[in-house]
Design a protein around this ligand. Sequence first.
Ligand code: AMP
Ligand code: MG
Ligand code: MG
Length: 352
Amino acid sequence: MAVAETVPLLMRIVSSSVAVSYRAAKIARDVLSKGDLGIVEKSGKNDVQTEADRSAQRCIVASLHKQFPKIAIYGEEELAPTTKIPDDFIELGFDEEVLKHECPKHLQNIPDEKIVIWVDPLDGTKEFTEGFLDHVTVLIGIAVNGVATAGIINQPFHDYEAFPRYGKSRCIWGILGLGAFGFERNENLDGRIITTTRSHSDYTITKTVQACEPSEVLRVGGAGHKVLLLIEKKAHAYVFASQGCKKWDTCAPEAILHAIGGKLSDIHGKPIPYHANVVHKNTGGVLATVENHDWYVDKIKTLGEETLAKFESVKPAPPTLEATLSQQKLNVTPADKVDGNNKQSQCDQVSQ
Ligand code: AMP
Ligand code: MG
Ligand code: MG
């Protein structure tokens, strides 16, 4: 389906990203069906990459780059630029449901250079390798002027225990000023349920969660999955006092959460920037809530310097030279000069 140029760029990107997310989710399901996950350790045994991460990123980055060649795309994985991308990894379709909605007025004339796309091809990879399939999501976040503005969370194995053959792929998407779609919310949620990491915990993270006086702690994988728990009202807050999460983990979830009136910030309540060349790590950690955000910020403050010292002392690094150069390259290559082999090299970025 071709989409008229008169449709605002942001709506075209979101519509395309929804279609691409389903394609990437299918790739992840196919890798699992084949049985060989091709696990590679990155910085250590809790930081892994699988064939699903690699192939899904190739699919997403190459597909979006073909449609939107002037837009900066940052993917999590560092991939060999020479790898041939199979033709069936390229998804050029648009999701018609997205296009039925009107673009919010303030987003109708956003030019390419104001947009950055953050891609986590598979969030919750550690849990993917351990069979916690509900924790896995595909994340495509769209930042405008450095603000998380639109997001796509695709859950390739939704409700996998209830359905044969790994559950169903579902897609949740949202745009600031428009709302979020593709999920149902619980009416009520009692107590104070806090969700946090399952596989990257440490003393500071645990202390910070405890400072928020939880009635229950849900230790589950994936930033995307944890924000899904918030938007479905299955948890009240996501607390992660660590620098482990990166921009591609939080951009899409933040946009969707903000679209329904929630909030995602660092643990001090400060907004997270998503400009091109921003440092990839979320150095101030992550605090996401459905409501009462400031209450959690105040509770975390009570911990004081002794607990937060190690966490807070690390200053954000300046953008890397590689990221700057990649950024420049991305914006100068016309679509018709890009072939299937070198698309990936222009879009892959150096992660930190
Ligand atoms: P988690 O809540 O542990 O599933 O983490 C959410 C996202 O942040 C996942 O993509 C993780 O890979 C990433 N992450 C969190 N902590 C770390 C860490 N210490 N090292 C590497 N990645 C991390
Ligand atoms: Mg991730
Ligand atoms: Mg990932």
